[in-house]
Design a binder for this molecule. Structure first.
Ligand SMILES: [Zn+2]
Length: 316
């Protein structure tokens, strides 16, 4: 049997036909309409039609359809409770799509879908448990424990960006202070880099961005550090120490078999992760155990979400 995954984003609706092992067989893509929920459901079924056609199969070959969606999702009711980007309030996306496609449809938060994709077909493949985090605008993530996606009783669990790593620290968008994502997101790294650039005019970081501070990206301090800039090295080390602090706490609580790190900043690869792993190795409560969590990079990039959405029914 084949499974269909849909990745609903603010810019595009992507669909893919996926094998049980996570192999993508064919894809479809439609721009996300901004004219209401019915238009979005129509765009989703068009992306599905394209993916099925590009795979060279028919809807009869598709076992089920899974949606990974942003915002606040109620998977049990099949509803997008709230999504600010398209002003969605209590949209029953699952039933709308079931009517259009004549298939069983399920839905999950996009961060959870991406974690599931990495578990099923990427960094966590073959493991019993995995935590995945994504370092982007914020810090998102998800957990698969004993082979099942863990979401909390109300589906709001595993908000890994919002546990505190610095009591009374930086103000977070959630209203608390010192949340992990205010130190470990790409946004946080960019903001901190700009702050320190303004009081260090001679730093090489200025050369990396041709003197334009607005061109600072998550990778900028890594590039300047590679050229030997001391300020950039300090920035990268500070970032890595907060990242390691949060990762170690999550490992101490869950002791997952695999912990994987993805998102834009993870593009720095082992340059980012090597020093983080050294701190985690030192501080992990289970450091003397023969069996240790494997800390590694995510493997599937942007495909994690669509693969996880497709395979949702297999991990419930
Ligand atoms: Zn927060």
């Amino acid at each position: 049997m084949k499974y269909l995954g849909i990745d609903l984003g603010g810019i595009n609706v992507a669909a893919a036909v996926v094998e049980e092992d996570g192999t993508i067989l064919g894809r479809g893509r439609v721009a996300t309409p901004r004219s209401g929920a019915e238009a979005v459901a129509a765009a989703m079924s068009e992306a599905v039609r394209q993916a099925v056609e590009n795979t060279g199969c028919t809807m009869a070959d598709i076992a089920s359809v899974g949606i990974g969606a942003p915002g606040v999702i109620d998977p049990r009711e099949g509803v997008v409770e709230y999504w600010s980007n398209l002003d969605f309030h209590h949209v029953p996306l699952v039933s709308m799509l079931e009517q259009r496609l004549g298939k069983s449809v399920c839905i999950e938060n996009d961060a959870n879908a991406a974690a599931l994709g990495e578990y099923a077909a990427g960094a966590g493949k073959g493991s019993t448990s995995m935590i995945a985090i994504t370092l982007g605008t914020g810090v998102g993530g998800g957990a698969v424990l004993d082979g099942k996606l863990y979401t909390g009783f109300n589906y709001a669990g595993l908000e890994v960006g919002h546990f505190v790593v610095e009591y009374n620290g930086r103000l977070c968008t959630c209203g608390r202070r010192g949340c992990f994502e205010t130190y470990a997101s790409a946004t946080a790294l960019i903001k901190r880099t700009k702050e320190l650039m303004l009081i260090n005019r001679e730093s090489l970081i200025w050369q990396v961005v041709d003197g334009e501070i607005d061109r600072v990206e998550g990778r900028t301090p890594f590039e300047a550090a590679a050229r030997g800039d001391l300020l950039a090295k300090e920035l990268v080390e500070e970032y890595q120490s907060y990242l390691a602090c949060g990762i170690t706490s999550l490992i101490n609580i869950f002791q997952p078999e695999v912990f994987c790190v993805g998102g834009g900043v993870a593009g720095a690869g082992e340059t980012l992760l090597g020093p983080v792993r050294a701190i985690v190795d030192r501080e992990d409560y289970a450091r003397d155990s023969a069996r240790r969590t494997i800390l590694t990079l995510a493997q599937l990039g942007n495909d994690a979400g669509i693969i996880g959405a497709a395979l949702l029914p297999l991990f419930r």
